[in-house]
Design a protein around this ligand. Structure first.
Ligand SMILES: [Zn+2]
Length: 263
């Protein structure tokens, strides 16, 4: 699908999206710690949809319940609906082109932060895997011999990158000395399962960067964030899958952890 080039009114965008017709499944166990899901409360999310939300009594993770399938979420991002809703909400065009300057600044700052935390400094990285890497702008800010960008919105990703999926394929196993999960885990309905997959793509001595929009600060429910993290929940997630944070960084409402394998 071509990148949307006009702003569609939010109410029209919501009206034309048959979200309530999508099959939804009850999530029985907390996708971060495995605790019983308990009860949900109904709420109206940012764009006006009525959704159920569970808050884990054990770890505090906040997630949609019931929830559309991971495949339905991939279709949501791939179809351009996600950009359309965000543009309608803000009343200005937000697409692969307009977000590039912001991604460039983010990538430059992140590259510098990671380089300062690592001894010896990697120069360049051998292979960067940017998962949910959108236009590839962020990963291009890092010096690297090779890079792979994986993103469900295939219309947005650069020529030559692997397209159209969040599936991490066999040939990505154990090859990346830096895995980037930039502001994307909030968009993933099964964060633990996803992160185990992403971790499997690291080399033995490799690094993984992951950051979240801090729900403790925003307290905002929106359909494009089926998963809502705070710092303690993010830490629980990474430790739980076998990663050890070695540095952390907070910018605006985002909190990130630079991690290595625990063993
Ligand atoms: Zn939990």
């Amino acid at each position: 699908m071509p990148v949307e080039s006009r702003v569609i009114r939010l109410d029209q965008s919501i009206e034309s999206w048959e979200y309530s017709d999508l099959p939804q499944d009850w999530v029985e166990w907390c996708p971060v710690c495995g605790w019983d899901s308990g009860s949900t409360c109904l709420t109206t999310e940012r764009y006006g949809l009525s959704v159920g939300v569970s808050t884990c009594a054990e770890c505090g993770f906040v997630y949609f319940n019931p929830q559309i399938s991971p495949e339905a979420y991939l279709a949501f991002y791939a179809s351009g609906k996600y950009r359309e809703l965000v543009s309608g909400h803000h009343g200005r065009l937000i697409n692969a082109e307009t977000i590039k300057p912001e991604q460039e600044a983010y990538g430059k700052a992140l590259c510098q932060f990671i380089a300062e935390e690592i001894r010896p400094k990697p120069s360049p990285w051998s292979l960067i895997l940017d998962v949910g890497g959108s236009t590839g702008t962020v990963s291009r800010q890092f010096p690297s011999e090779d890079r792979i960008v994986v993103d469900p919105a295939s219309a947005e990703i650069p020529h030559g990158a692997i397209e159209g999926t969040l599936e991490l394929t066999e040939k990505m196993r154990g090859v990346a000395d830096l895995v980037l999960c930039c502001q994307m885990i909030d968009h993933v309905p099964e964060p633990s399962a996803f992160l185990i997959d992403a971790m499997g793509c690291m080399t033995q001595g490799g690094y993984l960067w992951i950051d979240i929009l801090d729900y403790a600060t925003t307290r905002e429910i929106k359909i494009d964030h089926p998963s809502n993290f705070t710092r303690p929940v993010l830490e629980r997630l990474v430790w739980g899958v076998g990663l050890t944070p070695i540095a952390d960084r907070a910018v605006d409402n985002h909190i990130g952890l630079l991690c290595k394998r625990s063993t």
